[in-house]
Structure formats: C-alpha cells, structure tokens
Ligand binder design. Sequence first.
Ligand code: CA
Length: 225
Amino acid sequence: MALILIVEDEPGLRLTLTDRLKAEGYVVETRDDGIAGLDAARAHGYDLILLDVMLPGMDGFRVCQTLREEDVDTPIIMLTARGNVGDRITGLKSGADDYLPKPFHMQELLLRMEAILRRTKKEALAQNVRFGAIEIDAKAALVRRGGAEVTLSAKEYQLMRYLVQRPGEVVNRDTLLREVWGYNATPNTRTVDVHMTWLRQKLENDPASPAHFVTVRGMGYRFDG
Ligand code: CA
C-alpha cells in the first residue's frame, strides 16, 4: 500500500519500473526531469522515491540534497548508470538512503525497497478494511466497491488511508495538508476539500450526505467505519 515516486528521464525504464511496481501492489507516480521531481517530492507525502542521478533540469544529487535541506525525509533510493564508488559516496552524502547502479535486477530493487519501507513505514494499513460497500485490500493496494475495483488517484488514496487509519478522530485540514500533501505544500486547504469531494464521489453511496467521510463543521473531517 505504499506510494512511490519514480523520477527517471528514460521512458523505457520509467515504464518498466511503473508496470512492475504496480504489479507488486505499489501506487506509482512518475516525473521525467529533476525539477518536476523535486516539486512533486516536496509537495507530496510519498513513502519512497526512486531517483535517477543523470536527469535533465536538475541532477538527482541536487534534488536529494535540496529535499534534505528542506527537511523532506522521504526515503530515497538513487538509481544511476554510474556505479563507481565516488558516486555512491556522493549519493549517500546527499542524503539518499540507498544507491543502486544500473543495470540492476528488478528483484534486487524490490528487496531494497521492501527493506527501506519496513524500516520507515508508519502509515501502511496492517489489514483489510471494510466499511459500507467498500473493501480496502491492504496487500494488493486495491479498493473495491461492491466487489468492483475503484480507481483512486494517488492523493485520493493517501487521503483515504490517513483518515481510515484514525477512525472516529477529527482531523483538521491543515493536518491533512501537511500529512498527505507534505512539507512546504503549495496547495491550500481548499485542495483538501476538493479531493474529499472526489473521494466521496467514489466511495460514498450518497456523496452529498456522506456516511463515512464526514465533515465536522469548523474542525475538519472524520472517518466513521
Ligand atoms: Ca537518466
């Protein structure tokens, strides 16, 4: 159920990684240059970032270093064709958690990702969750409604996950913005409301009168299972 950002400019590898990670049950977003990757990483609460080193716009070392300077502590695995020791050290010094030279075996990448996620994971759903007609399959990162798969965007998924993990707890918009959209988030709290509207349209029987993703006036939102 982890959300992964892939920053990779080579289309073939980006596609291969995306397909494989989705098949493994990850939710995946991609960017194809350093600046867009930095923007995405600083504004969203990803669980892990796969970051190429040689990127147009801004190289992976700078992206990583900038994120760490801004206190974005999302785990980062750097990917590069340059496998020498100097680069490995530069990568780790720039704040990366791991470093994998290309070409790599997909299985090795998956194992390293799992190891890092195990170490850092705070937010994964431990088990399947059911409410109303909705079933969240924790292992497969799938949401079903009356048995049919529901497609959620990465943000909708994260918003749902954050609230579902805190049943009965009122969470205010600023907290959601910080926890779901991340540090230095540019969107304002209106963004939270818009995504909540979309989430309700997909998960509530009556989106205008939600039974599970409830507005608490003047305070925020609450999930009722
Ligand atoms: Ca590259």
